[in-house]
Design a protein around this ligand. Structure first.
Ligand SMILES: [Mg+2]
Length: 419
């Protein structure tokens, strides 16, 4: 079962009530965002099973229409598996650039409601409307208007959870999907959370779930009923965090939430750089830094970002949606290098700062990435993971650029650092 299906299995929502006093945290999540964006230009496919994702053997499902989900297809599933489940689905490769422009339109509308929002992915944000209530009305009213506005301006639909905290708002938006909104009144938080399966709680993966099951904790309500100190003793800091979530409490500030959702690194050059091999060297170093942290978190990235700042502080960014998620420096580097080269050619100016960002993070175990290890072609994964151990022992300085690319002799001539 996917996390979404899990979050949907819970109690009766009609009994939660309608008092939205103090329920000022919204979680907005666009409905099957990538598919919906594609359908805007292919109206003939509306109502049919549609999958956005890479068609190749290593491809995964980026997004599936609700019609395809009926067959059990969901995001992060290997495409081969998805095609077995739903052979007649229309598969559309991701359109680079299109998603971020629609995303921008959506969040421009959110920004008109309040500046107090945190975008956590291309189609998702937490919005604190406490400062907007006086001007725009109650949280439920603000939500209805915002959803109508998004639909009118972009043709896309959003679902929104309305609650007193981020964790409850997120679970509520999942229950509201698609095309819906759900208020969890402050007084109904327990009633909402208690009957949900423990693995619906953000941060509970397969391993943690098994741990909870050993102690008979199967529902969020079971975890809420134990002592916080016990949860901390058995599960460490994560136990405290999950226990707080089970009570509908957020552990971190909004910034932390954002950090959890993307991993980035950037570098400011001492002098503006124009030399391509020097730029490529830095891009690879940043890709390595980011990939290392993505792996350390047990994640893979589905979206990559490039930040490119010129001497006059003009900052350009490029976002790339991957056919297959990655946690490898070499793949991040290769995905971003064409964008960097294009910017360099377009702008013909020295570069002040370069940045690499990995986003749309999903659990490695859910990514279908293992499938690739069985393939004949060496993905280079083992080599990079081995480097993680070297780092642990000797520090980052022990890693040379060459060791990252050594499996790819065709790169030997792209610059002095790649030999
Ligand atoms: Mg979404």
């Amino acid at each position: 079962m996917s996390r979404k299906q899990l979050a949907r299995s819970g109690g009766d929502l009609s009994r939660l009530g309608t008092d939205d006093t103090g329920a000022t945290m919204l979680h907005l999540d666009m409905d099957s965002f990538f598919v919906s964006v594609e359908l805007l230009s292919r109206p003939e496919l509306v109502g049919r099973p549609v999958i956005v994702g890479g068609r190749s053997g290593r491809g995964v499902v980026v997004s599936a229409s609700y019609e395809a989900r009926e067959f059990g297809v969901h995001a992060a599933m290997p495409m081969g598996r998805a095609m077995n489940l739903c052979p007649f689905a229309e598969v559309i490769p991701p359109s680079h650039g299109l998603y971020s422009s629609y995303s921008q339109k959506v969040f421009d509308l959110v920004a008109q409601v309040t500046p107090d929002f945190q975008q956590v992915s291309v189609d998702e944000a937490y919005i604190d409307v406490s400062a907007a209530v006086r001007r725009l009305g109650s949280p439920v009213r603000i939500t209805s208007q915002l959803r109508a506005e998004i639909e009118a301006q972009t043709g896309l639909s959003a679902s929104v959870g309305i609650a007193g905290s981020r964790v409850v708002a997120k679970l509520a938006s999942t229950r509201a999907k698609p095309h819906g909104q759900l208020l969890v009144p402050l007084s109904a938080t327990r009633e909402f959370l208690d009957p949900m399966p423990i693995e619906a709680l953000p941060g509970v993966g397969e391993k943690t779930k098994e741990g909870f099951f050993r102690y008979g904790i199967r529902l969020i309500g079971d975890l809420a009923a134990v002592d916080e100190a016990w949860a901390g003793r058995v599960f460490g800091a994560h136990g405290h965090h999950l226990w707080r979530s089970a009570h509908g409490l957020d552990s971190h500030g909004m910034d932390r939430q954002v950090k959890d959702r993307s991993i980035s690194a950037e570098h400011t050059f001492n002098e503006d750089v124009w030399d391509l091999s020097q730029l490529e060297h830095e891009l690879l170093r940043l890709a390595d830094k980011v990939a290392h942290r993505v792996r350390a978190d047990g994640k893979v990235a589905t979206t990559l970002g490039l930040k490119y700042r010129l001497a006059d502080f003009t900052t350009l960014s490029r976002s790339i949606t991957l056919d297959a998620p990655t946690d490898l420096a070499r793949e991040i580097y290769e995905a971003l290098r064409p964008a960097m080269r294009n910017l360099r050619e377009q702008k013909s100016k020295g570069v002040r700062l370069l940045g690499v960002r990995a986003a749309g993070l999903m659990d490695f175990s859910a990514s279908g990435r293992q499938v690739r290890l069985d393939e004949a072609e060496d993905s280079g994964r083992e080599a990079e993971v081995a480097l993680d151990d070297v780092r642990k022992k000797f520090g980052t300085a022990a890693i040379s650029q060459a060791s990252l690319l050594r499996k790819r002799p065709e790169h030997d001539n792209t610059g002095p650092d790649h030999v």
